[in-house]
Design a protein around this ligand. Structure first.
Ligand code: 5GP
Ligand code: MG
Ligand code: MG
Length: 190
């Protein structure tokens, strides 16, 4: 059940709460097999990955540690440029660790490919990516993503951690934002 006041802001629910839950369970079974008997450090990318991190970590029947990074991607408007700045770095030393980056969405892939290159220089034993969503039609770089929840169309989505103007992160499902929400024209001054 979503808050009533956002009903008109979405054109459609793309992925329901139940679909997300079921897919994260499938992905978790795969991760448990792949990391059986090894240590696993989940690295969440703030803020969008908060929900997927929380649900994935609790679904995993595997001991994990969690750490967080915040990055900002310079670019014009909504376009990512691939020039990334670290706003909050990890507290954890990655040397010898098995790292799984947990992301909300891969759009152009520029931010994540920068992050991957950066973390690789820190000497992890292994490093892989888990993303809930990916837009294949928006890809500008090829990234090897080991665990993908859903491939989605090249539309702007919100919910389940994903925001527009910091709003909608707490929706339980992923929906397509209605154009009227972001194309409002400022009222003329009287
Ligand atoms: P990329 O560098 O892959 O183009 O950008 C990735 C970041 O842009 C994501 O982590 C997310 O913060 C933001 N982003 C990309 N597509 C969407 C979208 O459809 N909705 C929202 N809310 N954010 C998006
Ligand atoms: Mg993200
Ligand atoms: Mg955002």
């Amino acid at each position: 059940m979503e808050p009533r006041d956002i009903d008109g802001d979405l054109t459609e629910i793309l992925i329901s709460e139940e679909q997300i839950r079921a897919r994260l369970a499938e992905m978790s079974r795969q991760i448990e097999v792949d990391y059986a008997g090894t240590d696993l450090l989940l690295v969440g990318v703030l803020k969008g990955a908060v929900m997927v991190m929380a649900d994935l970590a609790r679904e995993l029947h595997h001991p994990v540690t969690m750490d967080w990074m915040a990055v900002s991607s310079y670019g014009s408007g909504t376009q990512s440029s691939g020039v990334v700045r670290i706003l909050k770095d990890l507290d954890t030393d990655l040397s010898g660790r098995n790292v799984l980056i947990v992301e909300d969405i891969i759009d152009s892939g520029l931010t994540l490919s920068w992050l991957l290159a950066n973390l690789k220089t820190r000497g992890p034993a292994s490093i892989e990516i888990c993303a809930l969503l990916r837009k294949p039609d928006a890809a500008r770089v090829d990234i090897d993503v080991k665990y993908i929840g859903f491939n989605i169309p090249n539309k702007f989505v919100v919910g389940y951690g994903l925001d527009y103007d910091e709003k909608y992160r707490n929706l339980r499902s992923v929906g397509i934002l209605a154009p009227h929400v972001y194309s409002t024209v400022a009222a003329p001054a009287l």
